[in-house]
Design a binder for this molecule. Structure first.
Ligand code: ATP
Ligand code: MG
Length: 390
């Protein structure tokens, strides 16, 4: 018996003329993800991508888990091929699904025939296989309306397939189809989630993190790298650009009115992220900003912040409640790391009374004495690059 993984395409099937390129991208993304788990043949037929192990050494459990996190796939299941005759199909189903049949209280069989020359109709095939399975596992009742377990049989050109239960996968669109964006990654709860959400729409990410030693510690930086590593199975390989931010923050404190500290600092983050985007030809910036969460995230403050950018600033969390953000952060596995208590450069030199309704002209005026170009230039020069792979 030789098991394989079936990945069902999600939104990709709604694509028109360019569907082929979405499928090709998805297959190459799957190929890259499972390459660590052994040698697999990967091909697509009728809205399904088949991931077929080529040797007994393949780590099927790891490959299955990897496929569940590939954007573009809506659900995954395992299946076993067999000869296209009813007796082989029954024998395979009994053997392959014995554990699931023993655990479920009810089941039904659903058959699909891609090969219309097969001598039985789908209904006849379901009835025969269903009857044989019920005889073999009498504790499991037939229930065609609301079964606990659905046994899928597919008759394809060369062989038949018996599926195990399917599980939900990542959804979204294949990584890379939406180009590249620069994501501003802090150590908090929000920005790992915003990164995940934009990657899910098919966008490759380059991460930028600002750190301010000695105000922020080495441990805080390590925490951000741990978060980035947790994102790799979803967002793919990435580079984290770590930008020294101390000089900028000290200059702001020295030269600018306290009520504007945070806003001016955020404008520097955006300027630097914009430079990075220009260098790598990224088409947008991504932040974890959320309307009204803090003083620097009012509508007016967001306007002041994005004033210094030319590419769109994507803020996928803008209208979400914190509860929903936390739920997502638990789902993708970043929450427990995000809540570790380390400082962020945003919490250094915070004003006692930040402006919540800033005027752009006043902010521009407030930063006019700074050597903006020189500060940005030196921060860019001081970057450290950390490359993360699967
Ligand atoms: P998070 O939970 O992601 O830290 P937050 O609620 O703490 O977000 P802020 O600290 O105001 O919000 O930051 C808003 C956004 O700015 C973050 O979501 C992130 O995209 C970006 N950001 C903040 N601090 C940094 C940093 N040190 N490096 C890179 N980006 C940052
Ligand atoms: Mg933060």
């Amino acid at each position: 018996m030789h098991e394989m993984i079936l990945c069902k395409l999600g939104e990709v099937v709604l694509k028109g003329l360019n569907r082929r390129s979405f499928e090709d991208k998805l297959m190459s993304n799957i190929r890259r993800r499972v390459s660590k788990c052994g040698e697999f043949r990967i091909y697509s037929k009728q809205s399904t991508i088949y991931v077929e192990p080529q040797s007994d050494e393949c780590d099927m459990a790891a490959a299955y888990d990897a496929c569940k996190k590939v954007f573009g796939i809506i659900c995954v299941s395992k299946a076993v091929p067999c000869a296209k005759d009813v007796q082989s199909i029954i024998a395979t189903a009994k053997d392959y699904l014995s554990d699931s049949m023993r655990c479920a209280r009810s089941f039904k069989v659903e058959s699909k025939r891609a090969d219309k020359t097969f001598p039985l109709t789908s209904i006849q095939l379901s009835q025969q296989v269903g009857g044989a399975l019920h005889q073999a596992f009498p504790m499991c009742e037939v229930n065609v309306h609301d079964p606990e377990l659905t046994v899928h049989i597919e008759i394809r050109d060369e062989q038949a397939y018996v599926h195990g239960p399917s599980e939900p996968a990542a959804g979204g669109l294949p990584l890379g189809m939406g180009g590249t964006a620069v994501s501003l990654l802090s150590g908090g709860i929000d920005s790992p989630v915003s990164s995940y959400m934009i990657a899910k729409r098919g966008v490759n990410l380059e991460m930028v993190h600002f750190f301010s030693p000695p105000y922020t510690s080495e441990a805080a930086k390590e925490k951000v790298l741990s978060l980035a590593k947790l994102l790799v199975p979803w967002c793919g390989r990435m580079t984290v650009q770590i930008v020294p931010f101390t000089e900028i923050q000290e200059e702001i404190r020295r030269c600018c009115p306290e009520e504007y500290f945070t806003l001016i600092m955020r404008r520097f983050m955006m300027r630097i992220a914009q430079r990075v985007a220009d260098q790598i030809h990224a088409k947008a910036l991504v932040t974890g900003e959320n309307l009204g969460q803090v003083a620097s995230q009012t509508i007016e403050a967001l306007g002041v912040t994005e004033d210094v950018t030319t590419v769109p600033v994507l803020r996928p969390l803008i209208g979400m409640d914190k509860e929903d953000i936390i739920r997502l952060s638990r789902k993708i596995g970043t929450f427990d790391t995000s809540i570790l208590p380390y400082e962020d450069c945003c919490t250094v030199f915070t004003p006692r009374h930040p402006r919540t309704r800033p005027h752009l002209d006043e902010v521009r005026e407030a930063e006019a004495d700074l050597d903006i170009e020189g500060l940005v230039e030196r921060a860019m020069k001081g970057r450290e690059f950390v490359r993360l792979k699967f």
